[in-house]
Ligand binder design. Structure first.
Ligand SMILES: C[S@@+](CC[C@H](N)C(=O)[O-])C[C@H]1O[C@@H](n2cnc3c(N)ncnc32)[C@H](O)[C@@H]1O
Length: 399
């Protein structure tokens, strides 16, 4: 049997050695140190073990396991409040008051916050559970989770091979199944979009009215939606009367999800291609839309590829490639927030430079201000940046 550390996990229980498939949504390596815990394990004990890098395989009652995870979360929050958050606030004050270190402090705060989130995720991921080959849990009072797991992780390829995953990843799969069932209401469009597991969910969609308001180019026979995700932008274009739309994404889950949403809207004629940026064998486009990941930073897990764009590679690649795919007098609608600018991760001049280097010019820009929860949270160390954020539709054209 070929065993790779990433895919299998081993532990000792009742003097027997056990082996199971290892599943991790964040590509965390399989845990090496596993102890068995149950309903008698206290939250303090579990928190201490998790912080020390020991993973805990839960045997007992499902709801107790969930409560244990909540109790660990509260302990992490307490620690964060007592240490890291205080540091962040200090740095935030420094950023407000100082002039000379501004350029260093905000990016530092942002990276500190990401590190804190990653550390929290590592600790919380140490509470594990075992599911059988059909994703059934033997924990008392465990709900039926098989469909949610099947949608998230696919079928287990080995007969009778159980799997081990973190309780946190299981909650992610259950949450995604909930979104997929109830959908995200897009008020401005009067419809719901149904995100799948691992696909960018447009819970924040303040840019939709911009895409409805922007005047269509003179000719609008063919459009591309680059990085389609759930298919939301392609659906908007179809509703605006564009006949041939080709949507691409690198993520195969996005293509299945977009297809599902197109069919739900009676728009199954929208074409889909798995591609890095632009479609192949497609006619030149009158309109190319793209809502790339907004923050130039390295994704640390597959689920982050929709939010973070290392070195702005996708954004720059998109801008560089548009000209050779655009029909005469065609337009590009780039959806981008300026949060990266407020966090000093990218400057406006840099963005304008990339646009100019790609042989493009700005025809007009439509702006909106997001009103989501985090932009109103004054206790967030990044509040000044988040509360100033503007989301724009940049209409670009060839020089
Ligand atoms: C911020 S999400 C936007 C999704 C959707 N267009 C929306 O507005 O809801 C960015 C999408 O771009 C996709 N993506 C990232 N890099 C890509 C690339 N090089 N080529 C194609 N798609 C890419 C991601 O998989 C993700 O679905």
């Amino acid at each position: 049997m070929l065993l790779t550390e990433k895919k299998y996990v081993e532990w000792h229980e009742n003097d027997t050695s056990h082996l199971a498939r290892w599943l991790s949504a964040s590509d965390h390596p399989a845990p090496r140190r596993i102890v068995i815990v149950d309903d008698k394990t206290t939250a303090d004990e579990a928190y201490r073990l998790a912080c020390a890098g020991t993973s805990m395989l839960y045997r007992g009652d499902f709801h107790n396991a969930r409560q244990l995870l909540q109790a660990i979360t509260r302990r992490i929050e307490r620690t964060e409040n007592n240490s890291a958050k205080r540091k962040s606030r200090k740095a935030a004050n420094k950023a407000k008051n100082s002039t000379e270190s501004d350029s260093k402090t905000l990016p530092n705060l942002f990276h500190q916050q990401r590190q804190m989130t990653a550390q929290r995720s590592r600790i919380l991921s140490r509470l594990l559970l075992e599911l059988d080959a059909n994703y059934v849990s033997s924990l008392r009072r465990a709900p039926d989770m098989s469909n949610a797991c099947l949608a998230a992780f696919g079928p287990l390829d080995k007969e009778n091979q159980s799997c081990v995953l973190s309780f946190r990843d299981l909650q992610g799969a259950l949450g995604a199944a909930g979104w997929r069932e109830k959908g995200v209401v897009i008020k401005a469009l009067g419809l719901s979009i149904y995100p799948h597991y691992g696909v960018f969910a447009p819970t924040r969609h303040e840019y939709v009215p911009l895409l409805l308001d922007a005047p269509l180019p003179k000719a609008f026979d063919v459009a591309y939606d680059i990085g389609t995700g759930t298919g939301l932008l392609a659906i908007i274009l179809a509703k605006r009367g564009i006949k041939q739309i080709i949507a691409t994404d690198v993520n195969p889950r996005a293509l299945t999800c977009a297809q599902d949403n197109f069919e739900r809207q009676g728009l199954a004629h929208i074409q889909l291609q798995q591609a890095d940026l632009f479609p192949t064998d497609a006619p030149l486009a009158n309109l190319i839309v793209c809502n790339p990941p907004w923050l130039p930073a390295k994704p640390t897990s597959p689920l982050e590829y929709s939010v973070y764009d290392a070195n702005s590679a996708m954004l720059k690649g998109f801008l560089q490639g548009t000209k050779s795919h655009l029909a005469q007098q065609g337009e590009i609608w780039l959806i981008l927030s300026d949060l990266a600018e407020h966090l000093q991760l990218r400057s406006r001049d840099e963005l304008l430079g990339w646009i100019a280097d790609a042989g493009l010019t700005v025809k007009y820009r439509l702006d909106t201000q997001p009103k989501h929860g985090r932009s109103q949270d004054k206790s967030d160390p990044l509040y000044t940046a988040r509360s100033s954020e503007i989301t724009s539709l940049w209409c670009l054209q060839s020089v």
